[in-house]
Write a protein that binds this ligand. Sequence first.
Ligand code: TMP
Ligand code: ASP
Length: 236
Amino acid sequence: MQKLEQLYEGKAKKVFKTDDPKLYIVDYKDDATAFNGEKKGTIASKGVVNNRMSAIIFAQLEEKGVPTHLVELLSDRETLVKAVKILPLEVIVRNVAAGSFSKRYGVEEGRKLVKPCLEFSYKNDDLGDPLINDDHILALELAAPEQLDLIRKYAFMVNDFLIEFFLKSDLNLIDFKIEFGLFDGKVILADEISPDTCRLWDVHTGEKMDKDRFRRDLGNVEETYQEVLARVEKNS
Ligand code: TMP
Ligand code: ASP
């Protein structure tokens, strides 16, 4: 399958058309941004880590009954995916308080939440991806009611799966962000699941093993991405 015209370039990935209108090729970059693009950098081989890790996770999620955009891994940086139309929602599930949740509600990072907590952001860089609730989503027709129901259901299925998946690699899943798209009118999981989009803390040391190392200048960013991929490849 050949890459044709570039359709889109995001902060971390490029998307290309193929000769099949129902399929795209995603090409993962090493570029890293944080704080809505204010902080910019490069994490060597991040694209390889995120591409390979996403393919492993999406393939296992399919087996668990979560439909995804994955068709097949093509190379270290490229994956063939279904040509979805992305819904403009960042779907976040939190198990432990951290990041913007801790800041917003004045809760210390690391406090276990008594139940997994789902939140949505409206994907809009100009607005800084503002928090949005179910009623807002329906009122603005960002998703239909039955689509929203499915998104909620799949998000918790992904959470249940990922908690176990990462525990096998001695990583605690603190929170993550996923995105969904429409393909043939159906809601399917799209985008990526990687150290860019999850918070992962080492079970033994509590060390941050994710993009917070870049966001917060904690050092060993590249090594940490490599370590997470190595653990995941060994244990899956
Ligand atoms: P937050 O605490 O900054 O809101 O982040 C929650 C989760 O979402 C965390 O795992 C990081 C991930 N995330 C993204 O994948 N993309 C983003 O643009 C942001 C802000 C967070
Ligand atoms: N997507 C965010 C941005 O560039 C990065 C992040 O914090 O994950 O701004």
